[in-house]
Design a protein around this ligand. Structure first.
Ligand SMILES: [Zn+2]
Length: 100
């Protein structure tokens, strides 16, 4: 009498399609995406890292609000904690867009 459940792998594919659909419309940061797809930001980061690695999404780097430093080398979706140049924590999170 067990209810068939969707296997987790399949669920992940659906989520990634949803994320891609959102990013096709508008570039977004993880916080926007977590609202659109209804997942925690932590989960969004994991999916984004995967999508970036597979080349379907590109990252617009995070930037420091105080000195303008751009986190160009950063490959992780997660927002950096503070600026390596001026130590400010006022960081604009990275944004993501669908790669055409
Ligand atoms: Zn800075």
């Amino acid at each position: 009498m067990t209810r068939p459940e969707r296997p987790p792998a399949e669920r992940n594919i659906t989520i990634r399609q949803e994320i891609l659909a959102v990013l096709e419309e508008v570039e977004s940061n993880a916080s926007d995406l977590s609202k659109s797809v209804r997942l925690t930001e932590k989960e969004i980061y994991a999916h984004l890292d995967e999508l970036c690695k597979s080349g379907r999404v590109e990252t617009i780097p995070a930037a420091c609000n105080s000195c303008g430093y751009r986190f160009e080398d950063r490959r992780k979706a997660r927002k950096p904690g503070k600026c390596p140049r001026c130590k400010s924590t006022r960081i604009d999170p990275p944004r993501f867009r669908r790669k055409s």
